[in-house]
Write a protein that binds this ligand. Structure first.
Ligand SMILES: Nc1ncnc2c1ncn2[C@@H]1O[C@H](COP(=O)(O)OP(=O)(O)O)[C@@H](O)[C@H]1O
Ligand SMILES: [Mg+2]
Length: 199
C-alpha cells in the first residue's frame, strides 16, 4: 500500500487532495478527503472510455488507474508541470493576478479556442467547466496550453452523450458557453479576459 504521509501536497480541491506520487515526479495521486470514493470510480470509468477511443491527452491529464494508499483509494494522474519543472498553476490563479498582462492575453487568446476545439474534436465531455480545474501549462516562457485536471465525464443518469457524437458535441458547446459566461462573472474587472472573449 502506498504511504502518503510524507508525500508533497500539490493542490487541494473541495473533495480531494492531490499529492506528488512518491518516487515519480511525473505523476500525482488524488485521495478523497471529504465524501466517499465514488467520484474516483466514476471518473476512472469515463477515462477508460476515452482511452478505449484512443483520444489525445494533449489537454487532459492522463489517467493511470486507481491504487490503494494509506489515505484510502487514490487516483493516479499525470502531474502537469511547466517547462521549468514547476507544477502548473490553475487558470483561476492566473486570472486573479493583478499583473495579468499582454503576455497572458496572447497566451490565452490562443489557448482558450484551442481547448474548445480539442474537447469538440475528441468528444471529451465535462461536467461544469471551472477555472480552478484547468491548469495553464506554460510550455515555453510565453506560450502554453490549458489542461483539464478535474470534473471530466458525465453525471447524467443515462449518459447517452458518452456514446452519441452529436449529443456529446451539443453538450460540449453548452458547457463552453456557460464556462465563458462564468469566467466573466467571476472576474468582472479582468480587462484581459474581456478582450479575449470580445464582450
Ligand atoms: N494533474 C494535475 N497536475 C497538477 N496539479 C493538479 C493536477 N490535478 C489536480 N491538481 C491540483 O490539485 C487541485 C485539486 O485537485 P482536483 O482534482 O481538482 O480535486 P477536487 O476533486 O477536490 O476538486 C487542483 O485544483 C489543482 O490545483
Ligand atoms: Mg477540482
Amino acid at each position: 500500500m502506498l504511504q502518503l504521509e510524507s508525500a508533497r501536497l500539490v493542490g487541494k480541491g473541495l473533495h480531494r487532495e492531490c499529492y506528488e506520487y512518491p518516487g515519480d515526479p511525473t505523476r500525482c495521486i488524488k485521495v478523497v478527503v471529504a465524501g466517499n470514493s465514488d467520484e474516483n470510480r466514476r471518473e476512472a470509468k469515463y477515462y477508460a472510455l476515452l482511452a478505449a477511443r484512443g483520444i489525445s491527452w494533449e489537454m487532459l491529464s492522463r489517467f493511470y488507474g486507481l491504487e490503494d494508499t494509506s489515505m484510502g483509494l487514490g487516483a493516479v494522474f499525470e502531474l502537469i508541470r511547466d517547462h521549468d519543472g514547476g507544477v502548473s498553476h490553475t487558470l483561476e490563479q492566473y486570472l486573479a493576478r493583478p499583473s495579468a498582462n499582454e503576455g497572458l492575453q496572447q497566451t490565452l487568446s490562443l489557448a482558450l479556442p484551442a481547448l474548445r476545439a480539442y474537447l469538440l474534436r475528441d468528444r471529451v465531455v465535462t461536467m461544469t467547466l471551472k477555472s480552478k480545474n484547468i491548469l495553464l501549462q506554460m510550455t515555453t516562457g510565453n506560450s502554453g496550453r490549458l489542461v483539464i485536471v478535474d470534473n471530466v465525464g458525465n453525471s447524467d443518469f443515462i449518459p447517452l452523450s458518452n456514446y452519441i457524437g452529436l449529443l456529446a458535441r451539443a453538450k460540449i458547446r453548452r458547457k463552453w458557453r456557460r464556462f465563458e459566461a462564468d469566467l466573466l462573472i467571476q472576474n468582472p474587472d479582468n480587462v484581459v479576459l474581456r478582450r479575449i472573449l470580445r464582450e
